[in-house]
Write a protein that binds this ligand. Structure first.
Ligand code: AHR
Length: 500
């Protein structure tokens, strides 16, 4: 099979906001405890952080990390996690039916972020708490000195303020599972009030109001419009969350998950622009896609869910999905969708970072390793620099149960003036595709690299016992032919080609 990709250097979507390569650390399962933090581990540093994990996080190229939740944040008192460790309370975490020991809190996580070379993105609790607690958290994190909260941070070792720019106004407030879930009207008022208060502390903060937890929520669309009608002038972003999984017998729809993400982004952007027009505003609200990934959520409900009222484990193994090559290909395709919308998606967080639906896995006292999803993320974060070009794909299509007829190939092209990078996916289960990438208005003379994620067994994965079973392989078919890039994509594969 053959396909054609056309990118015009005179037709640019937007500059890539580096925050689109963010991730997410929630106090959930073994993401924090036994994940980033394990004081007894042979690689632990003086702060108890695993350095093998830190190295992988740096290799992944993560730019920002959203913290501390997720559903967890809606029951969290941030004050529990600061001050002398011995005095910190142990609390019930209702979201994940666990015990939160509070050994790690904001100060520790800020230190970890610095070591990882990532920027902090914090969520405030608007589920069971309100505006004042959020203001005090901003004061604790960002005020240089002179108030009780600022002095507390200094006394706790945070001499320099953390300078957190981006703040999430709660989490998934449209979801009935959320502690403190409320109507769009009630949440919109609370979010607007809190946003205005935070802007009174510092008008340069960038605030994210909660959008829908998925495009399948019954309130999708109306939720965005109502919430934005209340908060439009005080926020910079509205959030999107989406998780995808392969349903038994339907790999075709799963491989086309990016179609759903495209629709989600475009619908939310349209809803935001509708409110913009209604209000006669000249501001544009961007999208923070601050939870996205492959997640086999049914496995959590079927096997992992803890409900015993007398059993509240510390850092249980929850949501530890083991990812296949197909899952990695879908993650690569979701990144293509995010880049394609670089004009509206200016922040995003792969959910999550370690152990919990994560690209990085760890074993207590044992090794850390890369899941299949690690590879497309790390390579895209590395190679997608500069601007996204408007990219057209001409190829055959196939029918899916969930999304109707979809293209077999998806692609996006980026350039920083010197380097041109092309990210491609072949969704066919059986056939390879030879793609010709026409770069209009540019001349490429040399190939830098061509790497593919694929396997004869599309369900292959990396496990504790076989940690390097799957990785990227060099795609030797890539060549420059008459000024175009030509590359052959195996069935169910993700590829990145870069040239200059
Ligand atoms: O990432 C796992 C969970 O998914 C988060 O806690 C929640 O925000 C979402 O439903």
């Amino acid at each position: 099979m053959r396909a054609r990709v056309i990118a015009d250097f005179g037709d640019r979507v937007a500059a890539i906001d580096r925050r689109v390569f963010g991730s997410f650390v929630e106090h959930l399962g073994r993401c924090v405890y036994d994940g980033i933090y394990e004081p007894g581990h042979p690689t632990a540093d003086a702060d108890g952080f695993r350095q093998d994990v830190l190295e992988l996080v740096r290799e992944l190229g993560v730019t920002t990390v959203r913290y501390p939740g997720g559903n967890f944040v809606s029951g969290y008192r941030w004050e529990d996690g600061v001050g002398p460790r011995a005095e910190r309370p142990r609390r019930l975490d209702l979201a994940w039916h666990s015990t939160e020991t509070n050994e790690v809190g904001l100060d520790e996580f800020a230190r970890w972020s610095q070591k990882a070379g990532t920027e902090l993105m914090l969520a405030v609790n608007l589920g069971t708490r309100g505006t004042l607690e959020a203001v005090e958290l901003v004061e604790y994190a960002n005020l240089a000195e002179g108030t009780t909260r600022a002095q507390e941070r200094i006394a706790n070792g945070g001499v320099e303020p953390y300078g957190v720019k981006v703040w999430c106004l709660g989490n998934e407030m449209d979801g009935p599972w959320q502690l403190g879930h409320r109507s769009a009207d009630d949440y919109g008022k609370l979010a607007a009030q809190t946003a205005r208060a935070l802007k009174q502390v510092d008008e340069s903060l960038e605030l994210v109001v909660c959008g829908s937890s998925s495009a399948e929520m019954p309130t999708f669309g109306s939720w965005e419009r109502t919430v934005l009608r209340h908060s439009y002038d005080s926020v910079e972003f509205i959030s999107c969350h989406a998780y995808y999984d392969e349903k038994p017998g339907d790999p075709g729809s799963f491989l086309a998950s990016a179609t759903n993400m495209d629709h989600f982004i475009e619908t939310v952007a349209a809803a935001a622009d509708e409110v913009k027009a209604e209000l006669g505003s000249d501001r544009t609200i961007d999208i923070s896609f601050d939870e996205w990934n492959v997640w086999y959520i049914d496995r959590y409900h079927d096997e992992d869910k803890i409900v015993d009222p007398q059993h509240w484990p510390v850092a249980p193994r929850l949501l530890e999905d083991s990812y296949t090559v197909t899952d990695g290909v879908v993650v690569g395709n979701l990144l293509i969708s995010l880049l394609r919308h670089a004009d509206r998606v200016r922040a995003a967080s792969l959910a999550q970072l370690v152990n919990v639906i994560a690209p990085i896995m760890t074993e207590p006292a044992g090794p850390a390793w890369r899941q299949t999803t690690f590879f497309p993320f790390a390579t895209t974060a590395d190679l997608a620099t500069g601007d996204v070009l408007a990219t057209a794909v001409e190829c055959d299509r196939y029918d899916t149960a969930q999304y109707g007829s979809v293209p077999l190939v998806d692609a996006v092209v980026t350039t920083d003036g010197e380097r041109v990078s092309v990210f491609l996916v072949n969704r066919s289960l059986e056939e390879e595709v030879t793609v010709t990438v026409e770069l209009r208005g540019a001349h490429v003379a040399a190939l830098d690299s061509a790497q593919t994620l694929a396997d004869a067994d599309r369900l292959a994965r990396n496990t504790l016992d076989d940690r390097e079973r799957v990785g990227l392989t060099s795609n030797d078919s890539a060549a420059i032919v008459d000024g175009a890039l030509v590359v052959t994509l195996p069935p169910v594969s993700w590829t990145a080609v870069s040239a200059r």
